[in-house]
Design a protein around this ligand. Structure first.
Ligand code: MG
Length: 380
């Protein structure tokens, strides 16, 4: 029985994680749930899963639910609450499904506590990949990818010698605007951007998919998870989202992982690894699917991906800046403050006014992160 804490339990990945867990009550016990503002759902989850700990975004929200949670459930809040659940709840497995660089401190707390991590928060690795991977190694804990592409690569590498990898190919659906030209992107609305063709996800990641910044974050995440240089990480457009990613080996053999797009599959694999267990996802019927398409990535059409590669190759705090500038730009777009195409302009401008520090400390990373957020907030 794995004792599990879910950080970000009311988000898309968190809810699907709890769905997977609820189908296998003999394998998993929920010990902590951390949410943000959606306390009515958090309360519902607390009643269903009876964790020992829950955390809400603020003291007010925690006070609001503390008299309504089942007896014995401890209610905490804020960043301290997240760290408490990640590091002190007694969980031996922490699913980190928070959105944004907020996930970093709690990911590090979970590592320090010796818990294995199911990592859905790609920003932890993008912002502080060298620290997270080094501390995980020192502590001897596993970081298991939840992201569908990284789960695919992880599965393709199972039992293989990492030195025999020639390159990995991350697939990208192209997002909600994949059939539009750059000219047609000038006046797109928030509503248009939130319609992803294949995956149902939170707002931030859906916008990131439309700009291809999400694939940029995933390229950097793959660099850290699999220890590969950027020249060995390719991205290919695959509109159907059936091939979740591929690995080419030095003998030219290509191994791919396929399946219908359903996040419960990679979530479950991250929880059950190295075992496989039955899934509620529907079986892939390639006869019905009939065709799978692949297109070369167009870096001019998707400058956010080019910027992510540039930041990754530069290294150090450059990827921290890429991530922070993107987070602010996306939230400003969602609030209607800037246009869709201004997202890339803001990332580019903040990156170009930053001088990267190599092998930064956590303090330096947090400082850079705050600086990039201020810059991205002030640009027009
Ligand atoms: Mg993904």
């Amino acid at each position: 029985m794995k004792k599990i804490a879910v950080l970000g339990s009311t988000g898309s990945i968190g809810m699907q994680t709890l769905d997977v867990i609820s189908r296998q009550p003999d394998n998993y016990q929920v010990i902590g749930l951390a949410a943000g503002n959606n306390v009515s759902l958090l309360l519902e989850q607390a009643r269903k899963f009876r964790p020992e700990w829950v955390s809400a975004a603020t003291k007010e929200l925690a006070d609001q639910i503390s008299s309504q949670v089942p007896a014995g459930v401890r209610v905490v809040y804020g960043e301290a609450g997240l760290t408490e659940i990640a590091g002190h709840s007694g969980a031996d497995y922490v699913v980190c499904a928070l959105v944004g660089s907020l996930g970093l401190t709690s990911t590090l707390a979970a590592i320090e506590a010796g818990a294995d991590i199911g990592l859905a928060n790609k920003e932890s690795l993008v912002t502080a990949g060298h620290l997270v991977m080094q501390r995980a190694k020192d502590k001897g804990i596993a970081i298991l990818p939840v992201d569908s592409e990284h789960s695919a690569i992880f599965q393709c590498l199972n039992g293989e010698n990492p030195r025999t990898v020639k390159r990995i190919m991350l697939t990208a659906s192209g997002g909600s605007f994949r059939d539009r030209t750059r000219e047609q992107l000038n006046n797109v609305t928030v509503e248009d951007a939130l319609k992803h063709p294949n995956w149902s996800m939170g707002a931030k990641i859906t916008i990131d998919s439309a700009t291809m910044a999400n694939k940029g974050l995933e390229v950097i995440e793959a660099h850290w998870l699999f220890g590969l240089p950027y020249d060995q990480i390719d991205v290919v457009i695959h509109p159907e989202s059936i091939v979740h990613s591929m690995v080419e080996f030095i003998d030219t053999s290509v191994i791919a992982q396929l399946g219908n797009p359903d996040m419960r599959v990679p979530i479950q694999y991250a929880l059950s690894y190295p075992e496989r267990t039955p899934s509620p996802a529907s079986s892939l019927d390639l006869l019905k699917q009939a065709t799978l398409n692949f297109r070369e990535m167009d870096f001019k059409r998707y400058p956010c991906l080019r910027l992510a590669y540039d930041a990754g190759r530069l290294g150090g705090t450059a990827t921290t800046v890429f991530n922070a500038a993107n987070e602010i730009a996306v939230s400003r777009f969602l609030k209607g403050e800037i246009t869709f195409l201004t997202i890339e302009t803001i990332i580019e401008r903040v990156l170009s006014s930053h001088t990267a520090t190599m092998l930064p400390s956590l303090e330096a990373i947090l400082e850079t992160d705050a600086w990039a957020r201020r810059e991205a907030s002030s640009l027009q």
